[in-house]
Design a protein around this ligand. Sequence first.
Ligand code: CO
Length: 177
Amino acid sequence: MIYPIYLYGEDVLRKKAEEIKDFNDSNLHVLIDDMFETMNISDGVGLAAPQIGISKQIITIQLPIPSYGVKKYVFINPKILKEFGQYVTIEEGCLSLPDIHGNVKRRDAIELEWYGKSGKFYRQFYSGILSRILQHEIDHLNGILMIDKFESEDKLLNFMKLEKIKDKKVETKYPVK
Ligand code: CO
């Protein structure tokens, strides 16, 4: 099932998402499949459950890997233990903020703890693109949006667009709410 993407202005994007406790719940696995399906039609590389109106700590990511295909990742109850490495500024976008782009400064690397979809516990270091996407998506689980991290110039540049999104006067290639 394809969910509509909740846009900037919807309360669920500003709430702290709840932890997953029951990994045997079949609804959880259906939801994860639906998140990938929703990401596919919206051309996103990362999706956090609050972006489809579900305030739970689930992140799906899919990345094209040369000579491999598309690699899929699921992160449940992710927690950043440490951020380190150099600060990198990269232009980000977000399905909940269509047509908005701005520079966001983040550390290059993180040490992450999370659960897989069957409840297996993991701890690992990430850097580069995957670390970047993870930090953006984990922000979603805490009610933080990339615009909160824009420098004042980018905030100003995107101000009118943000108002339009709030008024739902925005066109997207994917269903929205
Ligand atoms: Co986003």
